[in-house]
Design a protein around this ligand. Structure first.
Ligand code: FCB
Length: 486
């Protein structure tokens, strides 16, 4: 407000600008099953997500990834959109069932050629390719053989990693083994809201271990086939878990969920051991004898950075009855994705929510980055996903205005900036997502894109947030209100 001649004149809130380091990477992210379509073309066979989405009642509206955004045919247009946005990097995933359809044996040329064309085009436009090997599309034949609950899956994954690195290592400088293994293990095998839809808590713990082992073996396979300067990492959806109160039972609930969500992966991957408290908390379910001698040594591999996905914090209390459970933000199921933690209740954190019903709270991202710096001081961090779904629509002028998404991104990027100022080594940020896409169990009902997709025609319409993000990415300067700047 300003006072002019005795009158109070409302004025837009004061603005300021936050400048990111010149070397900071600005990118966007997608995943194969969510955008590619072309489910049966060029030798691709079903993955667990094809099977799951074709099972009645599993995915909202019966949606599948059969066509998705048809990126398999429209990739050139999508790269052109990224070039217009001026982003410096693109994180996408390789579809295992396109490259090695049954999860065994030789690679398929046509599948690899798709990624060769895509990466050539990216490089041509000065966009750095960042390839994720596994964003949840396990070849169905491997699930038929027991999936991630079985040890052989780790061997299979390493073999596939070697094939991918051999074929694409000359043009992809940055590799991520797994995307969010927590979702693969616990949503896929315990709560069943993700493929393969199993509801067996012990299978979920076994899956977590075999994903860890697969990661360790894949890092070795990648390093054996990639140039020495290649960057290798993993992406975790580290949950920022907060206790509901200072009461001991709430603090203990937060510790237990932190173990099941985060330390089950960071323990072996970064510290070479499963946390003692995790083994104790789950002792009534399993003795963890599926962890063999030498496994944790193999899982702990040097990483060039840690990929972090963040959307919302997690708020928990202890000592609850199952009936008092709210949603943990990971879909609805009668089965918990948290083995051995049935008395932990989940609460909606305060504040506004996105179309996913997730609380908007950038302080969670800030605090999470500081925590990671405290726990792993030497490890550079990259935000490999952050973004929000809102109920976007095309207005009569043919535009999509999404001020809520811009506010979300502004708040979260300001939080990243604050963390950098506080000394955290954050090297880049990838907006989830480039395009509206198949949002897993929610089908096409949730729009996360900076670019709107009109599914019946496939038409792409950059939203207001895409233009906003393009300015930030081009200049490295984030315009914010004084309040957001903090
Ligand atoms: C993450 C997934 C990504 C997308 C976003 C919204 O858990 O990695 O594929 O679904 O959530």
């Amino acid at each position: 407000m300003v006072i002019a001649a005795g009158r109070v004149v409302p004025q837009a809130e004061a603005r300021t600008a936050l400048t990111f380091p010149p070397s900071f990477t600005w990118g966007t992210a997608t995943a194969a099953y969510q955008i590619e379509g072309a489910a049966t073309l060029d030798g691709r066979t079903p993955s667990i997500w094809d099977t799951y989405s074709r099972t009645p009642g599993k995915v909202r509206n019966g949606d599948t990834g059969d066509v998705a955004t048809d990126h398999y045919h429209r990739w050139r247009e999508d790269v052109a959109i990224m070039a217009d946005l001026g982003v410096g990097a693109y994180r996408f995933s390789l579809a295992w069932p396109r490259i090695q359809p049954t999860g065994r044996g030789p690679s398929v040329q046509k599948g690899l050629d798709f990624y060769r064309r895509l990466t050539d085009e990216l490089l041509e436009k000065n966009i750095q390719p960042v390839a994720t090997l596994y964003h949840w599309d396990l070849p169905q034949e491997l699930e038929n053989a027991g999936g991630w609950a079985e040890r052989d899956s780790a061997e299979r994954f390493a073999e596939y990693a070697a094939l991918a690195a051999e074929a694409l290592g000359d043009r992809v400088p940055t590799w991520i083994t797994l995307n969010e293994p927590w979702c693969s293990a616990f949503l896929g095998y315990a709560s069943g809201v993700h493929a393969p839809g199993r509801t067996d808590p012990v299978a979920a713990l076994r899956a977590a271990h075999h994903l860890n082992l697969g990661h360790g073996k894949a890092v070795q396979a990648l390093r054996a086939h990639l140039p020495a300067d290649a960057q290798v990492s993993v992406t975790l959806n580290i949950h920022h878990v907060r206790p509901f109160s200072d009461e001991e039972r709430d603090v203990d609930a937060a510790r237990r969920i932190d173990a099941l969500a985060n330390r089950v992966f960071t323990g072996p991957m970064l510290e070479g051991a499963y946390p003692e408290d995790l083994l104790r908390d789950t002792a009534s379910l399993t003795d963890w004898s599926f962890v063999k001698d030498g496994d944790t040594k193999e899982i702990r591999q040097r990483l060039d950075f840690l990929g972090v996905n963040y959307y919302t914090p997690t708020l928990v209390s202890g000592g609850a009855s199952a009936a008092s459970h709210g949603s943990d933000g990971h879909g609805n199921s009668a089965h918990s994705p948290w083995p051995g933690a049935d008395d932990v209740a989940f609460h909606l954190p305060p504040g506004s929510t996105t179309a996913m019903g997730w609380a908007v709270d950038p302080t969670g991202l800030h605090d999470l980055l500081l925590r990671l710096k405290g726990d792993f001081p030497q490890l550079p961090l990259v935000i490999t996903e952050n973004g929000a779904a809102f109920d976007d629509y095309v207005n009569p002028e043919g535009e999509v205005n999404d001020p809520d998404r811009i506010a979300y991104l502004e708040g979260h990027l300001a939080a990243v900036h604050r963390a950098i100022e506080a000394g955290v080594d954050v090297r880049g940020y990838f907006l989830w997502s480039l395009l509206d896409n198949f949002e897993w169990g929610y089908g096409y009902s949730k729009r996360f894109g900076a670019v709107y997709v009109d599914y019946p025609t496939g038409k792409r319409i950059p939203k207001a947030s895409a233009r906003w993000y393009a300015d930030v990415a081009r200049t490295g300067v984030l315009p914010v209100t004084e309040t957001t700047a903090g």
